[in-house]
Design a protein around this ligand. Structure first.
Ligand code: TXA
Ligand code: MG
Length: 327
């Protein structure tokens, strides 16, 4: 049985006690729901991989209540301090060298010398982290390779019965995962586009090296950011990108005025606003996946989204959803 908690103080304390006891608790953040475990407890961290059915021990993001707490476990440099001041709490993850006295279990970082850290903005996530008083390792709370959850119901559909509890924190406001920025090397590198636009980052810390294009992902980026498998965020239905027409057997993921002729449409943003579209993206994929089969529809046609602002994160997720299914 998976308990469903609302966000009262008592329930947050109960959730923190479960985490402290080594149990898995999913909780909402501003980006997506995370599947949390006490990051200092290696057995609890291992249970995350088992519950998700992750094929490998990919490094996880550790969530902290404050930048001070995060920078006690990793060594911040000037760029990290600037980025933290500008974007924390918020949808930005920083990859930095572990300190020698880092409390986080090595497994959470998949044995790497670096650790990904973030301070989430959602008030219930912040409350939970303060109540526990330890970092929480949390990947997105979905079975490996499937669509990330942006509502408690999505988490229960995928992981119900496999985890101790879910804190219902409402629908996620940002809707795509955090931007992952590697600050452990000479120059800042974008490992995953996400909830903080690259343009906004560059305005604060200067030039950010582009991530490796998705086509080279398997060979290249997987080594630096092993969680970025090519086929990911995948709905059950195949996805076709940059659709300009809709076929008879396709459902439509619309951005702006919808293409004509579609029998089933999920609108990401009527006005063509990438931030609004990001917030609805995973919800749209979940919804089309659930509705399409009964209507005899066998594919999702996704309209083009511009590669600016949060559009970059949307296109990254859509490309992965459309990629050949490897695992
Ligand atoms: O918004 C988010 O970031 C959500 C919420 C729950 O906070 N979490 C999330 O975690 O998306 P996950 O595990 O699905 O993605 C973590 C990403 C992966 O691409 C992983 O490879 C990368 O961060 N990562 C983690 N540690 C790393 C490290 N030391 N070096 C490079 N990449 C790392
Ligand atoms: Mg994920």
């Amino acid at each position: 049985m998976t308990e469903l908690f609302a966000g009262t103080d008592r329930e947050i304390e109960a959730a923190a006690r479960l985490l402290a006891a080594g149990e898995l608790v999913a909780f909402g953040t501003e980006t997506v729901y995370g599947l949390g475990a006490d990051a200092t407890n290696a057995a609890a961290v291992a249970a995350i991989f088992a519950a998700k059915g992750r094929p490998h021990f990919n490094p996880l993001i550790c969530h902290y209540a404050s930048a001070e707490a995060a920078f006690a476990d990793v060594a911040a440099n000037e760029a990290a301090r600037k980025a933290a001041a500008a974007f924390w709490p918020g949808p930005l993850t920083l990859v930095l060298p572990r300190r020698a006295n880092c409390k986080v279990a090595l497994l959470a970082g998949a044995g790497l010398e670096t650790l990904a850290v973030r301070v989430p903005a959602h008030p219930l996530a912040a409350k939970l982290l303060r109540a526990l008083g330890r970092p929480v390792a949390a990947p997105s709370a979905n079975r490996s390779g499937q669509i990330s959850p942006t509502r408690a119901a999505h988490v229960l559909a995928g992981l119900g019965g496999r985890i101790a509890a879910v804190v219902d924190s409402g629908p996620c406001q940002v809707g795509v995962e955090s931007t992952v920025l590697d600050l452990s090397g000479e120059t800042p590198r974008l490992l995953r586009p996400g909830g903080v636009a690259v343009e906004a980052l560059e305005a604060v810390i200067g030039p950010v090296q582009a991530g490796v294009p998705i086509e080279q992902d398997v060979a290249g980026r997987q080594l630096r950011s092993p969680g970025m498998l090519v086929s990911h965020y995948a709905p059950r239905l195949p996805v076709r990108l940059r659709a300009e027409k809709v076929a008879a057997d396709e459902a439509l993921l619309a951005f702006g005025p919808p293409l004509s002729g579609a029998g089933l449409v999920f609108q990401l943003s009527e006005s063509g606003n990438p931030a609004e579209a990001a917030a609805k993206l995973f919800e749209g994929l979940h919804w089309l996946d659930a509705q399409a089969p009964a209507l005899g529809l066998r594919r999702i046609a996704a309209m083009a989204v511009p590669e600016t602002g949060l559009g970059r994160a949307i296109n990254d997720r859509l490309k992965r959803a459309a990629a050949p299914r490897g695992e």
